[in-house]
Design a binder for this molecule. Sequence first.
Ligand code: PMV
Length: 323
Amino acid sequence: MKQSAKAKAHTNIALIKYWGKKDPKLFLPMNSSLSLTLDEFYTETSVEFNKDLEKDRFILNNEEQSEKETQKISQFLNLFRQEIGCTTPIHVSSQNFVPTAAGLASSASAFAALGAAMNSLTEMNMDLSTLSTYVRRGSGSATRSLFGGFVEWQMGDCNENSLAIAVDDASWDIAMITVAVNTKQKSISSREGMQLTVDTSSFYPSWIESATTDLKNIKKAISNKDFEQVGLITESNGMKMHGTMLGALPPFTYMEPLSLEVLAKVREIRGQGWQCYFTMDAGPNVKILCRQSESESIQTLLKNAFPNNPVIISKVGGDVELI
Ligand code: PMV
């Protein structure tokens, strides 16, 4: 039996958002989503069977993690262990290459890397779509981080068919810029925020309807390599997701005044002829889809406008890899 394995996975940013679960236990989403994998931000994770340990150990960025954090990881490891009828404790060591200054969540790359390492350690050797049904139960957005380029998470209706598929390698002059607005931990987690929205927002049913149409249209635009359409749909879909939160009880928002200034700046830069489109997730930071060939010029314009905020370019990332 194999004793250890190591994997590297990139984070992803959704262009068509996942916002709400129809089965919180199995992490079955209310709608299908689509993302772009980013090269710049990733997690490397190694796993090792260790009979001498009493229970699992979880080291993140060289620091031993709390009982609570380790338990979350143990639950995830059990999904794999139970498949091969094993109870041996595992030593998990993870390094995040997602700079805190970027203000991006690392749970997507973290669970994708851990899942891929476990797939190898347990010699289950599943293909990436099948593996995504395991990774999904660590964190929803992680489902999409096993593949590079544009990736669809098909919502499905049971554990086995809620999975990721590769859509396009996005090798046609595409990049993403992150403007970090505020990198402090958010006060409402994505898990809490989406549940409150599903339970109380009167805008939620129309969000689901339009996310379904947006997904269909963005896939058409991707297959036509129509960058403008991809950008316009991305921008509209992201703002509609944020709109659902204003319809929740109590209403809430992840936007901060500076987020709105960045959105206005992106519109202004686009008005000057640069191709750039914004999106935002469960936090105040702004991500900008753009042409890779124009990314440095756009970065300069943004840095000039927001000299105190990190502005980070990322190229398109590839599939998860064993290392
Ligand atoms: O799976 P989580 O908890 O990382 O939730 C992701 C929610 C969004 O980032 C807002 C949207 C998405 O599809 O990634």
